[in-house]
Design a protein around this ligand. Structure first.
Ligand SMILES: Cc1cc2nc3c(=O)[nH]c(=O)nc-3n(C[C@H](O)[C@H](O)[C@H](O)COP(=O)(O)OP(=O)(O)OC[C@H]3O[C@@H](n4cnc5c(N)ncnc54)[C@H](O)[C@@H]3O)c2cc1C
Length: 479
């Protein structure tokens, strides 16, 4: 069935999955006012494959059957695949008007990470299973979420030391043909509106924690899976000024596994505890680069909003505002340059023959992005003024008695009419001053790994010996 349409994708989500939001069950995720934001954003992935301008980048031939499948499923077993992936993710984000559709990249980053680790382990069964699964998803054109982060309870303790053994997802039973798992994975982007869940461990495990060293794939509507979603913003937004396209974004969920049965042909790691951390590490080697790639269109867009806000307020020639411009440009272009450096130097992951972007540079890019985002937002908030949080809403604009007042008093500098200035400030409110803006700031720090995760990767990947050797030689040290 290769290459589904957006409508086919949406229809596929009406499959009896157990999803809750605001304390109520959701009968159809495609119609829920909050989850619909994510469904429509994800749908871009399926629109892209049928769009004449994007088909070349979004579609490839299945290597055996020649049928068209999504390019996300390509095996990155040659260096140039990394640059192609960068273009695919970036283009998808531009096409989806600033948000990443998110329902194939994270899943295939996990498939690629599992493939690399299975090859490094030399485990033919796992290599074959993950290969079969990759092409099953490609041929059915399935959407996927990546379930890595456990709920974790007491962070200072390992999985086996927690007061509740299910704080980390684990195997609770096993037969010849299947395993049974319990636990919960947190903050899962797009969980409510994907076909498949790919589950891997989030950390290292000791030998007596082997039941926690498990990786598998399972349909999202499987018996025993319950999702609790957190609303972000509504699809039908009457409060902000309308834009040519609805606002894009995603919805996360807490995914509970209550004695879920997983057939063994969908299990890609079972109690190989020595490799648990390596699977998490391999996934982040693939995914952290996806993460910085999709930030680029967002930063360009936000920089544009800041520049326009200065023009709307007539402060674009003022020296301290121009200093803000310099900071915004420096931040956006440095993130882009680091991302470019990362895909410009692809690496063979652990000798597996699977290529990732340069890990030092992609972690530098993510750390730079996450460390400076709040200051970037502060610049935009400074430029735009208090109207960011006090502006009249679109409902006021539509009111016949109020509109003349707003037309008179809300006008801006140059050619900015009241309507244009309010439209711009309305979007700026959404991006840097709303509940969603708070979500975005936290997302920047934690999603795709917190600061500590990137710093650990920097220490692991930086050429420390090379640095020291240069210093030793210069001084004539023999230590
Ligand atoms: C919007 C959003 C979307 C996300 N999407 C996904 C997704 O699709 N799939 C997925 O699997 N995950 C997802 N995540 C989860 C993300 O990867 C985690 O939030 C991140 O890894 C941090 O974990 P945490 O939230 O449990 O924070 P914590 O682990 O509680 O971290 C809080 C602080 O404690 C520190 N800390 C934690 N444990 C230790 C320790 N043992 N020793 C020392 N310091 C410690 C951390 O460094 C950090 O400073 C998403 C997160 C967000 C915010």
């Amino acid at each position: 069935m290769a290459l589904r349409t957006a409508e086919e994708y949406k229809k596929g989500l009406q499959d009896g999955r157990k999803v809750f939001i605001l304390g109520k069950p959701v009968a159809d995720v495609t119609e829920d006012p909050y989850i619909k934001v994510g469904v429509e954003t994800a749908a871009f992935d399926f629109l892209m494959g049928h769009h004449p301008d994007y088909r070349e980048i979004a579609v490839m031939k299945h290597p055996e059957t020649g049928e068209p499948v999504s390019s996300y499923f390509e095996i990155p077993d040659y260096p140039e695949a990394v640059g192609k992936r960068h273009e695919l993710v970036k283009t998808a984000c531009y096409f989806a008007e600033g948000a990443l559709p998110f329902v194939k990249d994270v899943g295939t980053d996990i498939i690629n990470g599992l493939t690399a680790v299975a090859k490094i382990m030399g485990n033919k069964t796992y290599i074959d299973r993950i290969h079969t699964y990759r092409w099953h998803c490609a041929q059915k054109d399935l959407s996927m979420a990546g379930l890595v982060t456990d709920v974790k309870g007491d962070r200072s303790k390992g999985p086996g030391e927690q007061k509740t053994p299910d704080y980390y997802l684990r195997v609770v039973d096993e037969t010849t043909d299947e395993i049974v798992v319990s636990g919960a994975k947190a903050h899962i982007t797009a969980g409510a509106y994907v076909d498949e869940f790919l589950v891997i461990p989030t950390r290292n495990m000791s030998e007596d924690e082997a039941d926690y060293a498990v990786a598998f794939a399972i349909p999202a509507n499987s018996e025993g899976i319950v999702q609790i979603c957190r609303p972000n913003f509504r699809y039908e937004d009457k409060y902000h000024f309308p834009t040519p396209n609805p606002k894009r974004g995603h919805v996360e969920s807490l995914v509970i596994f209550d004695q879920v049965r997983v057939p063994k042909e969908r299990v890609f790691m079972l109690r190989e505890w020595e490799f648990a951390q390596y699977v998490a590490y391999a996934f982040s080697a693939f995914h952290r680069y996806t993460a910085v790639t999709y930030k680029i269109p967002i930063l360009e867009y936000m920089t544009g909003l800041g520049l326009l806000a200065a023009e709307a307020n007539g402060v674009h020639k003022v020296s301290h505002i121009r200093d803000r411009f310099i900071e915004m440009i420096k931040y956006t272009e440095t993130t882009k340059a680091l991302a470019k450096a990362a895909y410009g130097e692809p690496e063979d992951f652990g000798g597996s023959g699977m290529y990732v972007a340069n890990r030092l540079n992609s972690n530098m890019a993510k750390l730079h992005f996450a460390s400076n985002f709040h200051e970037f937002v502060r610049s935009i908030q400074d430029i735009a003024g208090g109207i960011l949080v006090t502006q009249p809403t679109y409902q006021d604009w539509q009111h016949e008695e109020l509109k003349p007042y707003l037309e008179k008093y809300m006008g801006g500098a140059g050619n900015f009419t009241a309507e244009e200035r309010l439209k711009l400030m309305s979007m700026l409110h959404h991006i840097v001053a709303s509940d969603f803006a708070g979500w975005h700031e936290v997302c920047t720090i934690h999603a795709e790994g917190s600061f500590a995760a990137q710093k650990m990767m920097l220490l692991a990947e930086a050429p420390m010996e090379m640095y020291k050797e240069k210093a030793r030689r210069a001084i004539g040290l023999n230590v």
